[in-house]
Design a protein around this ligand. Structure first.
Ligand code: GLC
Length: 490
């Protein structure tokens, strides 16, 4: 169960590292940054979709599930990346998009594969996640096809056994090449109601008038993951299945673990979307601790390519808050996922209206190029943000947030309690969030604007967010400044 000990690092491939200077990140670029990733101390990288795609939704509209997009390189480049990463003990996880294909995928125009997609004579009331009806009339076929996202992303019909077998083969194709697992796009939505019933109406919001109960989160989706998990288990080490599970209820999310025979890591979006607030986040973390099956393992993240980066959304760019957030993410029981740049406190970038590229849903500001140095070496497909926080400068500065993140990762790696120890809540004053990991390790984070005291501690500070108190004895009472955190004892 290597994923339980791992810290994952999500790479938005188009924006991470550009080896051939054409303005798009690519696989050789990632390979050239393995030194950095090894130095940082992450264990696995998750690459956003690398497959051929017309890019209506920037790679999430796949036209060949077995290929590599020419902007990113070749299959040989991927094999070389997997080999080089493996030599450094780093695993490579890919992004699988099984809910839909690109409308340019050959299957969509193949008459023999009509039943691989979802059709209706008349649209029901389902709306697309990106707005408007989820149905578009196909001129040639004369019927409507379903697209829970863009019209260029027709939904696959997961009731069809041919679709299931095809994707099971795709899993094997990549697992055989040494891919360590998949992040599964829209994992909760593969199966649609067999009768395509109307969703219940709720309110009159412009973008959302129905409760999405029939086009998402259907009970039959679990059968698919039981089959996938069986395949994942055929490999050594076992392959990991990470779900993009937008499921608001923790009790329902808990069902995605199955009887330890479905997804190992269904993502917990209520946590990601909560504020950086001790009471709010603690309630979700403890809810997951209670509601998830006993042997289940949570996964935590603050940023990704679809939402506003956490250093902006949670922290308003404030360095002390960013470090507290990192301490929360890396100090909880579970597998953390860092989004590229989180380790620097990289912020959301304001993209002017006329430069926006994400026609689907304006998410460009979370997808800007990785700031490797103070100056950008060339033009990229999308503008850079402020380069003050950049790898080169922050790596040279032992007091930077990057150095802090690295030391936190180092501590995690060195301390089995911090990686695997049980989570036990410790009662404290408002705004203070303190928890024990295992027997001896305590994480205390003051998410408030007032000083707070943590009582009853044993041992010394092993790492503090200000990087100034390491080694200080914390036995008895530890006073934490506003937005200060510390790992103690262990
Ligand atoms: C997921 C992806 C998002 C994409 C959508 C449709 O939510 O993370 O980027 O637009 O699925 O594939």
């Amino acid at each position: 169960m290597w994923w339980r000990d791992a810290v994952l690092y999500q790479i938005y491939v188009r924006s991470f590292a550009d080896a051939n200077g054409d303005g798009h990140g690519d696989l050789p670029g990632i390979r050239s940054k393995l030194d950095y990733l090894e130095w940082l101390g992450v264990d696995a990288i998750w690459l956003t979709p690398i497959h051929p795609s017309p890019n209506a939704d920037w790679g999430y509209d796949v036209s060949d599930f077995h290929g590599v997009h020419p902007d990113y390189g070749t299959l040989d480049d991927l094999d070389a990346l997997v080999a080089d990463a493996g030599a450094r003990g780093l695993k490579v996880v890919l992004d699988l998009v099984p809910n839909h294909t690109s409308s340019e995928h050959p299957w969509f125009s193949e008459p023999a594969k009509r039943d691989w997609y979802v059709w209706a004579d008349e649209p029901n009331n389902w709306t697309s996640t990106f707005g408007g009806s989820a149905w578009t009339k196909h001129a040639e076929v004369g019927r409507y096809y379903l697209h829970n996202f863009l019209p260029e992303q027709p939904d696959l019909n997961w009731w069809n056994e041919g679709v299931r077998e095809e994707f099971e083969e795709t899993l094997r194709f990549w697992f055989d090449r040494g891919i360590a697992g998949f992040r599964i796009d829209v994992a909760h939505a593969l199966i649609k109601d067999a009768e395509l019933r109307d969703n219940p109406s709720v309110g009159k919001a412009k973008d959302r008038r129905e409760d999405r109960v029939y086009n998402m989160n259907r009970p039959e989706v679990h059968e698919i993951y039981r089959r996938w998990r069986t395949i994942a288990r055929e490999y050594d080490p076992e392959r990991v299945l990470i779900g993009e599970t937008w499921v608001p209820s923790l009790a329902e999310l808990a069902t995605y673990f199955g009887d330890d025979d479905e997804l190992q890591l269904p993502m917990i979006f209520p946590f990601t979307l909560a504020d950086l607030d001790a009471a709010e986040q603690r309630q979700i973390v403890e809810g997951a601790e209670q509601m998830f099956p006993e042997d289940a393992w949570p996964v935590w993240c603050g940023s990704n390519h679809d939402i506003v980066r956490f250093p902006t959304r949670w922290c308003g760019g404030d360095e002390a808050k960013i470090r507290c957030a990192l301490m929360v993410l890396l100090g909880l029981r579970g597998t953390p996922i860092l989004y590229y740049g989180d380790e620097l406190g990289m912020e959301q970038v304001e993209i002017p209206e006329d430069e926006q590229l994400d026609t689907a849903h304006s998410r460009d500001g979370a997808r800007t190029p990785m700031p490797w140095a103070r100056r950008a070496d060339h033009e990229w497909w999308i503008r850079h943000g402020d380069l003050t926080r950049n790898v080169e400068d922050m790596r040279a500065d032992e007091s930077s947030t990057l150095s802090f993140t690295r030391r936190l990762l180092e501590l995690r790696r060195a301390d089995p309690e911090l990686r695997q120890g049980a989570y036990t809540s410790v009662v404290g004053d408002p705004g203070l969030w303190t928890w024990r990991r295992g027997d001896g390790c305590v994480v205390a984070v003051n998410l408030s604007d007032r000083p707070r005291s943590v009582r009853g501690l044993q041992g010394a500070i092993r790492l503090d967010t200000g990087l100034a108190r390491t080694g200080e004895d914390a036995t008895g009472t530890l006073l934490l400044a506003p937005w200060e955190g510390a790992v103690v004892g262990g």
